[in-house]
Design a binder for this molecule. Sequence first.
Ligand SMILES: Nc1ncnc2c1ncn2[C@@H]1O[C@H](COP(=O)(O)OP(=O)(O)OP(=O)(O)O)[C@@H](O)[C@H]1O
Length: 576
Amino acid sequence: MEAFQLLSRGGARFNKQRFKSDVQIFNKAAPPKDVKGKGVLTQLPPELDFFKYAKASSGKRKAEDKEGGVHAEGKHEKVERKRRKIEDESADSDDNHIGTEEEAPTMQKHRVTAKGSDVPKPIASFEDLRERYNVPPRLLSNLSENSYKHPTGIQAHGIPILLEHRDLAAISPTGTGKTLAYLTPIISALGSPISSMKNDGGRGVRAVILAPTRELAHQIHNECLKLAAGRKWRTVLFSKATASTLSDKNVRDKVDIIISTPLRLVVSIQEGNLELNNVQHLVLDEADRMLDPEFLSQVQEVIAACTHPNIQKAVFSATLPAGSEKLAMGVLRNPIRIIVGLKDTPLPLIAQTLTYVADDASKLPSLLTYLSQPYNPPLLIFTSTQPRTTSLAEELIMNGISNVDCLHAGMTKKQRDDAVSRMRRGESWVMVTTEVMARGMDFKGIREVINYDFPTSVQSYVHRIGRTGRAGREGKAVTYFTDEDGPFLKAIANVLLQSGSSVPEWILKLPKPSKMKRRQMGKVKRANTVNAARKIGRNDAIKKRDMIAGSKRRKEKELRETDKNNGVGEGDRSDK
Ligand SMILES: Nc1ncnc2c1ncn2[C@@H]1O[C@H](COP(=O)(O)OP(=O)(O)OP(=O)(O)O)[C@@H](O)[C@H]1O
């Protein structure tokens, strides 16, 4: 079988004329060479290797090296040079950059870069929190009861920073426990529920967490409830219903923590139904998304409403492109920036592949072929639009795939909640969705992500595939690309390379997309239905239905007119 047929899993056509030079590379007698990123964590001690960096970067890769499917020496060095360059950029030459000899080994163990003045030492265990910061025993036991035994990298570094009431920009790969990294210090710092305080703690909500989607806000709220168990904390997931309850000032003065999407909060602030002047902790989760143009003005309005002089602000994300970082740094006061791993780079736990599918019409047959073989449910499939999500889910069901579900922002709240619940209960094996599920959602068991439609940016790619390979588990991510996606392929291929996945040589030879071009990524015009043939059938069916309905209406009209002419009343008609 030809290499390109193999690559496209048999469901694709390939324009051999257009990619003549690439075809030649594949048709050589020797097997195609892969290029791999070099593992840089081989020195990580196993006891600290919570997220199995060392396994992915040394063991697995060494085995592959032995099999001989690896890089040419020159490429290898090039990748390493690129990686070092990115690390240098992360740890730039600012005077505040910490890297003292005393701290360096710990930093290296966790692959963490910290920048800022007087960076607190990381904790080695959650027990350290009791000794160093007098964190309430109840909170520590809640951590332990939920099987959070050892802090992850971002928790080890981030929690002390927040407990010392410093502003923080935290960048850590998907699924590495950022939620706990901000919830633990917030609950600790609040001390006691406001309802149990004699002076009401200054009155009014003291912590606000903003997230871009309702689903994510809901998930954060659930995590918060776990840590808050055993005390009468009032943590509110802000919604239309809760906003209405909180319009009573006596009720909202007794709230400790609000978790919300920005717009909901802004509406209540504007209506005079919510004050944030007592907020001392403000967290932007998925910060780069929160600071992008869609949310920026709402987030700025929330920040402006948080007028407490002693407010602590923190931003968290797995990705923080330069533009968002600049905005974030403008909002934070004397911040510390922590980067775990490499910026915009997934964990090596996720095995990533790029699959050529020629054109949009070839994707469905490719996917069906794939799903006809044994696969590992549950899997998550990303499309670019709501109609395509619905259409693909329908196609999969009609083709006999079991337990297919779909979720997008056009569905009602109840439909969305139900879909998330089915996923959590393990009832959905295949979930088709849009970008709405790309960020933050933590379904522990997701084994595989398929990018049916190409992602719209490197960040979108990193977050989408980050729904798998969470909390130390391994995952798999497959990205379909068509001829139209070709110009953007190199940008995604670089992410694969950076995180240690294989990339065929011919992709690496593609030109790097310009900045202008990158903005067009994933914005390819695609049909609303994923199966054009079905569309024809459906259009015919709709026409037929309309014709039948039309002729029925005409017949009824004729009947009414005859009755009228004959002087028959509506109730007298026997054929009614
Ligand atoms: N210390 C810990 N020990 C064990 N499991 C943990 C620990 N911290 C977090 N987890 C688990 O890791 C998973 C991922 O955590 P979380 O959702 O906070 O990741 P994240 O870094 O915010 O990811 P994303 O960038 O996708 O939002 C969750 O299932 C969580 O319960």
